[in-house]
Design a protein around this ligand. Structure first.
Ligand SMILES: Cc1cc2nc3c(=O)[nH]c(=O)nc-3n(C[C@H](O)[C@H](O)[C@H](O)COP(=O)(O)O)c2cc1C
Length: 389
């Protein structure tokens, strides 16, 4: 792990620097799981390219010397217009990564989303962080599993439920297919060599804990079931028949705010609202589900228009404060971060996760200042334009 000093300039100036450190520490097979997208990775590249197509339009010398980056979401004040989004299998980068990310989020005053496929369970994360927490659920088949996880999330104090609707069928991530990485490591000679050439990861992660388990699901299998049995169990839970009626059923089971994650069109935004959603996340799953999907930034204005007053969140490809500001100007209430904090935690544990959030806070603040804007609410369409081709 890197010392705090090594996470500061000149070594670490931006998210790309944390990405480089993470890539160096992780074996290629783990890096491919973190970084990869589906098939030709067209959507993955589109996510980043879209930010370059929008330019920023400032107002000069507005006399506004300080900024307030906070937003209100579901009646809660959050320190920044971004939060940590849900990602599964975080324990493969470093043991207890979910706890580290949750603590880093709480320290920064931003919300944390726990994936149903986390490696620290709902209760352990709640004990580690008193900050605002969302619980993300995959549309699993067995309603008894959903009922039980919802009850646990409610008891543990998670403030919102997020249901991810864009991956009823798993995306075809060919890097993982080639590496035979299906939430399990297959020990071919190549992978043994890969591990041997990344001793820091082997010692701190693999020797320390082995393959991390999907702890939230452990109660549904016999005690002592291993990571592979739990991974097989989650695969068996997949339900390609999931429908809006099932979303409405979830709505009836959860008293707090319900967020539908993985929406790209105005029509689906209206359907989400009419089936009880309190917010949507415009997402293409970071390019990991269907290759060929558009960049989320391009779909955001039409979703925001269809949402009426419903808050719209967005993710996929955010690596800069200016990316975040562009999305806010195009109608998002907030941004979910996927890989950006993962680079931090994979590079340097909790200190790395905190550094990722700090970088994005500073960048967002500076960009707003340069735009002549003193609050998130003041951002609007007047601050962005499409770059002529
Ligand atoms: C390694 C990894 C695991 C993910 N696991 C989940 C998950 O368990 N549940 C979920 O809803 N989304 C998951 N996602 C998608 C993220 O929530 C988010 O939509 C995406 O990462 C945003 O793109 P970005 O990584 O470019 O920021 C995962 C993404 C990554 C990179």
């Amino acid at each position: 792990m890197h010392s705090h000093r090594k996470l500061q300039p000149p070594s670490v100036v931006n998210i790309e620097d944390l990405r480089r450190l993470a890539k160096r520490r992780l074996p290629q097979v783990i890096w491919d799981y973190l970084e990869g997208g589906a098939e030709d990775e067209v959507t993955l590249r589109r996510n980043r390219a879209a930010f370059d197509r929008y330019h920023l339009l400032p107002r000069m010398v507005t006399g506004k010397g300080s900024r307030d980056l906070s937003i209100t979401l579901f009646g809660q004040r959050l320190a920044a217009p971004f939060m940590i989004g849900p990602t599964g299998l975080n324990g493969i980068y470093v043991p207890d990564a979910d706890l580290m990310l949750a603590r880093a989020a709480a320290a920064a005053g931003v919300a944390f989303s726990l994936s149903a496929g986390s490696n620290n369970d709902i209760e352990a994360v709640a004990r580690a962080s008193a900050g605002p927490k969302f619980f993300q659920l995959y549309p699993w088949g067995g309603r008894e599993v959903a009922t039980r996880l919802l009850a646990r999330a409610h008891t543990a104090g998670y403030c919102a439920l997020m249901v991810t609707v864009d991956s009823l069928i798993p995306g075809n991530r060919e890097r993982d297919v080639r590496n035979r990485f299906a939430h399990a490591l297959h020990f071919s000679p190549r992978i043994v060599w890969d591990a041997a050439t990344h001793p820091r990861w082997v010692v701190s992660t693999w020797f320390a804990r082995g393959m991390p388990r999907f702890e939230n699901l452990a109660e549904f299998l016999p005690p002592g079931s291993d990571a592979y049995a739990l991974a097989a169990y989650t695969r068996a839970q997949r339900n390609p028949f999931y429908s809006w009626e099932d979303v409405a059923w979830l709505r009836s089971q959860w008293a707090g705010p319900l967020v539908v994650k993985g929406i790209l069109t105005a029509d689906d935004t209206r359907l989400a609202a009419s089936h009880g959603a309190d917010a949507v996340v415009v997402s293409n799953h970071g390019g990991r589900s269907l290759d060929g999907l558009p960049a989320t930034l391009d779909m955001l204005p039409s979703v925001a228009a269809a949402a009426g007053g419903m808050p719209v969140l967005v993710d996929s490809g955010f690596r800069r404060g200016s990316d975040i500001v562009k999305a806010l100007a195009l109608g998002a209430r907030g941004v979910l971060l996927g890989r950006a904090p993962l680079y931090g935690v994979a590079a340097a544990g909790e200190a790395g996760a905190s550094r990722a959030l700090e970088i994005l806070l500073q960048e967002t603040d500076r960009v707003m200042g340069l735009l002549g804007v003193d609050s998130v609410d003041a951002l609007g369409h007047q601050h962005v334009g499409l770059q002529p081709a």
